[in-house]
Write a protein that binds this ligand. Structure first.
Ligand code: IPM
Ligand code: MN
Length: 370
């Protein structure tokens, strides 16, 4: 018996999580384990009625679970950023989920926009560092006398940008990225350990040619970790170039490790080459704490309640969750069942099918029973 927390969230979140839970339960039946779910009412509705985004009580309760199954958050009635930062990012940081694991894999039967590429060509994993970089939230925005600026800073704005920031006509915003040796090390080590079990290659994605402080440190750490893994090939790439290679030669990659923000960007590209956002799962992992599994797409408010949302990304995230809690065979069976649904055209309309969200969930559930 495993206890897992679930947060449906906003928009299509609750619908897809319902399908995911159904499938995970069926996998449990087939492989001899059970899940005791505890649902948490967190998201826009609660925020709008109580003003609470995420409470200390929520965090204390969630900390009791090894895994959280997460739908999506984001709602048109709430200013962008409040729920994203207040819930999703807060959970990632609070539980120190320092790995964001995003498989980029073209399942059999799925069409990719990359002409001529087959499932064996598109099969890599992005390990996105998940707690540092430009996500640390250090920055400010000010004009004129709103903010007391240190002499040296004022001089810097003047010399560098020709701005007199004491004047109300000028306005400045800045935000900084932070990498630490330990923060980089733990993400990069995770990537190398993963590559040891795969095709034994790790690619670092950064922009050390321009952001030479933050990514210079990242590269130093990468080289150090690489030297501890003589059996794993390694390479450095720049993020702008890697977007070309993802499209032109996805077969080159095995494990790709990257700081937080570039990881955010390149995994949307990755999602497209694996067949679209409806097929892209992710795990926010703290190997010794509370981890959280989610589709990488958002809450798609305009499709809420219509039964048209593609549940595969969420179901696949459920498979990753089972892998993580120690039921890898059940996880693999779920991915096979998804492939079977695709092969038989039991898919939602975004994949040119005609099934509803719950009909897809039912098919995958039934496929697990056989
Ligand atoms: C993602 C999302 C989030 C991110 C947003 C919603 C905060 O884009 O999970 O990729 O930037 O990490
Ligand atoms: Mn993103």
């Amino acid at each position: 018996m495993y206890r897992i927390a679930s947060i449906g969230g906003d928009g299509i979140g609750p619908e897809i999580i319902a399908e995911g839970k159904k499938v995970v339960d069926a996998a449990g039946d087939a492989f001899g384990f059970g899940i005791e779910w505890q649902d948490f009412d967190i998201g826009a509705d609660r925020y709008l009625s109580t003003g609470e985004v995420l409470t200390e009580e929520d965090l204390k309760e969630l900390a009791k679970f090894r895994a959280i199954y997460f739908g999506a958050i984001g709602d048109d009635r709430v200013r962008p950023g409040i729920l994203e930062k207040g819930i999703l990012l807060r959970l990632r940081f609070h539980f120190d989920q320092y790995i964001n694991l995003r498989p980029i894999r073209l399942l059999r039967g799925v069409s990719t926009p990359l002409a001529g590429k087959r499932p064996e060509d598109i099969d890599f994993v992005v390990v996105r560092e998940n707690t540092e970089d430009f996500y640390v939230g250090i920055g400010s925005r000010f004009k004129g006398k709103e903010k007391k600026i240190m002499e040296v800073e004022r001089e810097m704005y003047k010399v560098r940008f020709g701005l007199d920031v004491e004047s109300d006509a000028e306005e400045v915003a800045y935000q900084i990225g932070v990498t630490t040796r330990e923060g980089s090390r733990r993400a990069i080590s995770y990537a190398f350990d993963l590559a040891e079990k795969r095709k034994k290659k790790v690619t670092s994605v950064d922009k050390a040619n321009v952001l030479s402080e933050v990514y210079g440190l990242w590269r130093d750490v990468f080289s150090g970790v690489a030297s501890e893994h003589p059996g794993v090939r390694n390479e450095f790439t720049f993020v702008d170039a890697v977007t070309m290679w993802f499209v032109k030669n996805p077969e080159w990659f095995d494990v790709v490790v990257t700081p937080n923000m570039f990881g955010d960007i390149i995994t949307d590209l990755g999602a497209m080459i694996q067949g679209g956002m409806g097929l892209a799962p992710g795990g926010n992992i703290n190997p010794t704490g509370t981890s959280m599994f989610e589709p990488i797409h958002g809450s798609a408010p305009k499709y809420k309640g219509l039964g048209v949302a593609n549940p595969f990304a969420t179901i696949w995230a459920g498979a990753m969750m089972l892998d993580y809690i120690g039921e890898p065979a059940a996880g693999a069976a779920i991915v096979s069942a998804i492939e079977r649904a695709i092969r038989e055209g039991k898919v939602t309309r975004d994949m040119s099918g005609s099934l509803s969200t719950s009909q897809v969930g039912d098919f995958v559930t039934a496929a697990l029973k056989k």
